[in-house]
Write a protein that binds this ligand. Structure first.
Ligand code: CTP
Length: 394
């Protein structure tokens, strides 16, 4: 199952550390390469020899055990496909939320850019402490996946929430992240990304702040869920799937028309300029002391046009950026455009949306059902959007 994949497991000092021995065996049985990194306290609960024997790899504990001139935490980061920390203590949750790198595990966390999953384990009072919950929330908004502890009998002799999740649940979560369910296998999905640019003259254009991150995150996720993806983007992207680079709304319109007819679905995540310049100048416009008048004419509404020609079995989703009455305006827009779903975000919130790595969305369907997706990184959000749209509808 995990052939060719390296799972990095971080273990912190909590009694449930012993359960991870069984989890390592499970990953090994399924052909994963398992690397283990522990905090010094973890070795109070489980021995290095046990972990090395089970993982069939050396277990790293030291920051400066430099092999082949690579600092150890960077070597681990490069090698691993996923980083699971189980059990993670309240202390390590706090340190990682703050970016503290005082041991090999926390330094590895700080440098790790792929998916991180954490499975906390602690006393109920500690779990309920607002500081712990705040730190967990910080990690969640940064895209860290949290496997909530279970309620039950705790090692400290009390009952309550705080028991490490069952190792089979942890195993399943890692599997879902590493080998995403192929819910889009056999489907062709066209996704647009970025802001269009409309020329004024040889050097100037009308543009917007869209970074293309949301569209690219959707395309990457759709690809890993098995879809044949065509990304039509104003932002350059080198991908394993087909990417068509465009600049203007007209170019995007042509490319979408071309690809949509043979597609199962279209997601318009691009910020398309509503207007273009009527008589753009081939030469740079010189200033002459007078106000410059530029006449703007409407661009095609790509989303609306595609909804007019869409067949019953094609799904079309749009995005909308609203600064007030988000849900109400989105409901109006879904009816006006005729699409199946609209993902609405609040552009008045400065920490999400345009240019940011984070967003918070409302997905609204044709029946005006509303699904709220909490603030998180755009990759996690993209996965949730695709799950909501395709997991349920088709
Ligand atoms: N869109 C499009 N073609 C356009 C303008 C927008 O396909 N010329 C798509 C966007 O990609 C997005 C959706 O329409 O998926 C909504 O975009 P938005 O800018 O919020 O809506 P507008 O139609 O421009 O409405 P308004 O600016 O009046 O709010």
């Amino acid at each position: 199952m995990f052939k060719g994949k390296t799972i990095l497991i971080g273990i912190t000092g909590a009694i449930a550390a012993y359960k991870i021995c069984e989890l390592i065996r499970l990953f090994k049985k399924n052909n994963a390469n398992v690397k283990v990194v522990v905090t010094p306290n973890a070795l109070e609960f489980v021995t290095k020899t046990t972990l090395e024997t089970l993982s069939q790899n050396s277990v790293d504990t030291e920051m400066f055990n430099i092999k082949e001139y690579k600092p150890e935490h960077i070597a681990l980061v490069n090698e691993a496909d996923i980083f699971l920390i189980a059990p993670i203590s309240a202390n390590t949750i706090a340190k990682t939320a703050l970016g503290i790198c005082d041991n090999l595990l926390t330094a590895t966390f700080c440098a790790f850019k792929k998916q991180i999953i954490i499975a906390p384990c602690m006393n109920t009072n500690m779990w309920e402490n607002p500081a712990v919950q705040n730190n967990l929330n910080t990690l969640k908004t940064r895209g860290v996946k949290i496997i909530e502890p279970e309620t039950g009998f705790l090692a400290c002799g009390t009952e309550g929430k705080g028991r490490l999740a069952d190792i089979n649940i942890i195993f399943k979560k890692v599997k879902e992240c590493l080998i995403p369910e192929q819910i889009l296998k056999g489907k062709k999905i066209v996704i647009t990304a970025g802001g269009t640019k409309e020329d004024i003259d040889a050097v100037r254009y009308i543009g917007n702040y869209s970074s293309g991150k949301m569209g690219i995150a959707l395309a990457d996720n759709a690809y890993s869920m098995g879809a044949e993806v065509v990304l039509i983007s104003t932002v350059e992207a080198k991908k394993q799937y087909k990417v068509i680079n465009v600049k203007t709304a007209d170019e995007m319109y042509e490319a979408v028309k071309q690809e949509f007819c043979s597609a199962d679905s279209l997601i318009m995540a691009a910020a398309v300029s509503d207007y273009k310049v009527k008589n753009k100048s081939e030469q740079k416009i010189k200033k002459d002391g007078n106000p410059l008048k530029i006449e703007l004419i409407e661009n095609p509404d790509i989303l609306k046009e595609m909804c007019k020609i869409k067949k019953d079995n094609q799904i079309v989703a749009g995005f909308c950026a609203e600064s007030e009455n988000i849900v109400e305006n989105a409901k109006i827009k879904i009816t006006k455009k005729g699409c199946d779903y609209i993902c609405a975000n609040d552009i008045s919130k400065k920490d999400i949306g345009f240019e940011s790595n984070y967003n918070e969305l409302y997905i609204i369907d044709k029946e005006h059902n509303i699904m709220h997706l909490e603030k998180t990184d755009k990759y996690t959000l993209a996965e949730e959007i695709l799950g909501k749209i395709y997991g349920k509808s088709k």
